[in-house]
Design a protein around this ligand. Structure first.
Ligand code: NI
Length: 174
């Protein structure tokens, strides 16, 4: 089991747009396995490749946090092809540890993606999985959930978060 390092805000790589996956090889399968291990270890319900420093359009999700083997989803080149309704849920992110906020999303989505063999699939989702799909695909476009806050809440977040980082650094230095 290989655990990957999860990058934290304000790491600049998290703001980059990832490129499509074109090769479905052992390297991709290894990345998938390592990202799943890293997600379960964190623990989290989703992880996008740029969060481990790989700028490829690839995400891993498991809203059951390992309870249901069928809930583990590897989605290559995922895109949302339909969305419906509104939902507001409290979100967090492994790249923004210790911070949670309510974010507006679509309540239901249809995701088109490829599996690890390159087959194109579609999946309808609601509830937590729908939120997770939107959150993880955002990562592939360099968007963090805190970027979806209102400008005022976002600047409050930034202040609070950077202060927390500074305090942590000072604690580490002593
Ligand atoms: Ni995230």
């Amino acid at each position: 089991m290989a655990l990957l390092e999860i990058l934290h805000y304000p790491e600049p790589l998290l703001k980059k747009t990832s490129v499509p996956v074109t090769v479905f090889d052992d390297e991709l399968r290894q990345l998938a396995k390592d990202m799943a291990d890293t997600m379960y270890d964190a623990p989290g319900v989703g992880l996008a490749a740029p969060q481990v420093g790989v700028l490829k359009r690839f995400i891993v999700m498991d809203c059951s946090t390992g309870e249901e083997p069928d809930d583990l989803i590897f989605a290559v080149n995922p895109e949302i092809v339909a969305r419906e309704g509104d939902a507001v849920e409290e979100e967090g992110c492994l790249s923004v540890p210790g911070f949670f906020a309510n974010i507006n999303r679509a309540a239901q989505v249809r995701m088109r993606y490829q599996d690890l063999a390159g087959n194109t699939l579609e999946r309808d989702a609601d509830g937590l999985l729908a939120i997770c799909i939107q959150h993880e695909i955002d990562h592939l476009d360099g968007v963090l959930f805190v970027d979806r806050l209102s400008p005022l809440k976002r600047s409050m977040f930034r202040k609070k978060y950077l202060k927390m980082l500074k305090e942590r650094e000072q604690a580490d230095a002593t």
